[in-house]
Design a protein. Structure first.
Length: 82
């Protein structure tokens, strides 16, 4: 539920495939820039890029799991868009 606000735009814009972690990472870094660097608050050994990369991998895995659940469901298994 916490990741819904980040996952919905990614899923809506990439309906046919799961985007790469690099694309998601760049999107998160741009979102951080739009939010005046308030999205990621790194501790001294890590950087904003490191945090965005970790979140991008997590988002990619969540999108893959969401896609798998939809495609294996009785309603979504025959949907040509997925």
């Amino acid at each position: 539920a916490q990741n819904y606000c980040f996952l919905k735009p990614l899923v809506m814009n990439n309906r046919k495939k799961v985007p790469s972690a690099y694309f998601i990472c760049d999107s998160f870094l741009y979102l951080d820039l739009l939010l005046k660097k308030r999205l990621f608050k790194p501790t001294p050994p890590s950087t904003r890029s490191d945090m965005a990369g970790k979140e991008a991998v997590r988002a990619k895995n969540l999108m893959g799991a969401l896609r798998y659940l939809w495609r294996s469901s009785p309603h979504g298994s025959h949907d040509a868009r997925l």
